[in-house]
Design a protein. Structure first.
Length: 466
């Protein structure tokens, strides 16, 4: 199954002044496969150490001399190591966090060696370990679950993917293809983008088997955190899983996790689970200017799970027959549309930077909220999600007036459309802006669609200045 991150790994491998690479991502998101695939595609000898499974292997790195370390590795694996044709892979490096400080020596002394480390619970270990991070001598790649477009590739829908990836707002989508894409969106919401689950679906089409794998993954996540029960309340961590699913789409409230737990305890657990990439946080932004996080209110935030399939497993949607499950997925009151869009927005960002999401909420007085706020070049663009075909836009109209913006995005189940909005807000203020309506299955393409539309509008203006 192809991953878009593979291209970034290829670019990293081709760099002349390559740094050791650390791949970050939730457990079971495909980090190990990605590295093995890189070695296979480039015909590199793979030296792989799983430091969680074999913690004694960390002793091979006791010296600060990387040349001596390579001799140790050659002795351990009984094979010669040529730095120019070898990929050294330190998997589950969180089990030996002291090795982070050793990475700098490889960058300085054995530049030809491709060195990759990966871990899924790094902060859990590093928060209690006094280490010297080799700042400036390592680089990161952040791996997310399969995006919807990657899902299309993995499930044999390459031609539909080609159509959607090339789509611009000047094009049209035939109704039959629109309905097909919406049905695949529905399937993605149930199956999700965790590699093992997706592979099972692509091979068997059996949702029951997929749901079993999803439950196993959730149990694996929880088992990981039980290892740290001496520092965190395992029961509270379990309740966080339930509460995050229930609170998707709304401002996160600590007291809804466990009324008997203190807010600092809940906040600590939530922060670590976000750092472990099981959850992600949608931060509040004032949306008054860039960068979006410059005037953030830390008391206001929303949360997402790592994967929409895991949310569906929590909600037990896979066991509901298709028509009824579809109604739940497409309802405006359901959390899956916001989870889906957030997941695609994260996947659309460069894996070389830690993905960040923002939303806007009025912090005083009347209620008002915009689901997502994105940056397109030097523009601030609000994104409203309507998982069904209808929905009020009163908050959006007022937001566009107050922030003096000229373009917004609405994501729903309709065909793509560009509308020039000219209305009055509930306060009687006139507002005019361009509304770009796109179907849910194109959420990953927001940036490209806005770019194409802006270019088209500029060309129209140039041809007809009046």
């Amino acid at each position: 199954m192809k991953r878009s991150a593979s291209e970034h790994l290829d670019n990293w491998l081709a760099e002349n002044n390559r740094k050791p690479l650390v791949i970050r991502g939730a457990r079971q998101v495909g980090k190990t496969w990605l590295v093995r695939d890189l070695a296979a595609r480039h015909n590199l000898t793979l030296i792989e150490l799983n430091l969680e499974r074999n913690p004694s292997l960390a002793a091979l790195f006791n010296t600060n001399d990387p040349g001596e370390t390579l001799l140790n590795l050659e002795s351990e694996f009984n094979t010669p190591i040529d730095p120019k044709t070898t990929l050294l892979f330190l998997d589950e490096i969180q089990a030996a966090p002291e090795l982070f400080a050793k990475l700098r020596w490889f960058k300085e002394d054995i530049k030809d060696l491709a060195l990759v480390a990966a871990g899924s619970l790094l902060e859990f270990s590093l928060n209690t370990y006094q280490y010297s991070m080799p700042v400036g001598r390592i680089t990161y790649l952040y791996l997310e679950p399969f995006s919807f477009f990657e899902f299309l590739e993995a499930t044999g829908n390459q031609f539909l993917l080609k159509k959607l990836a090339r789509f611009s707002m000047n094009d049209t989508i035939p109704l039959s293809l629109h309905e097909k894409a919406l049905k695949l969106y529905h399937t993605y919401c149930l199956v999700g983008g965790m590699p093992e689950v997706l592979q099972k679906w692509a091979g068997t089409g059996d949702l029951t088997s997929c749901m079993k794998l999803q439950q196993d993954l959730l149990a694996t996540f929880r088992d990981d955190f039980y290892k740290y029960g001496d520092r965190f309340d395992p029961d509270l961590l379990f309740k966080l899983f339930i509460s995050v699913c229930r609170q998707i789409g709304a401002k996160f409230i600590y007291s809804q996790v466990d009324p008997s737990a203190t807010s600092p305890a809940v906040k600590k657990g939530l922060t670590l689970l976000c750092q472990a990439r099981v959850f992600s946080m949608i931060r509040h932004t004032s949306a008054n200017g860039l960068p979006l996080g410059a005037e953030s209110n830390d008391k206001f935030f929303k949360t997402l799970m790592a994967d929409t399939g895991l949310v569906s497993a929590h909600l037990d949607l896979s066991s509901i027959p298709y028509p009824q499950a579809g109604d739940l997925i497409f309802t405006n009151k359901g959390p899956l549309a916001e989870q889906f869009v957030g997941q695609q927005l994260r996947a659309a960002q460069s894996p070389l930077t830690d993905p960040a999401l923002f939303y806007w909420q009025r912090t005083g007085g009347r209620q008002g909220e915009i689901d997502y706020i994105v940056q397109h070049q030097n523009r601030i663009v609000p994104v409203e999600i309507k998982s069904g075909k209808a929905g009020s836009m009163k908050s959006l109209h007022q937001f566009m007036h107050d922030k003096h913006l000229d373009m917004a995005v609405r994501i729903n189940a309709n065909l793509p459309e560009v509308t020039q909005i000219r209305v009055k807000t509930t306060k009687g203020d006139p507002v005019a802006y361009t509304l770009v309506s796109i179907p849910l299955y194109l959420a990953q393409q927001i940036d490209a669609l806005i770019s194409g539309l802006i270019k088209a509008l500029e060309e129209i203006t140039a041809d007809d200045p009046a």
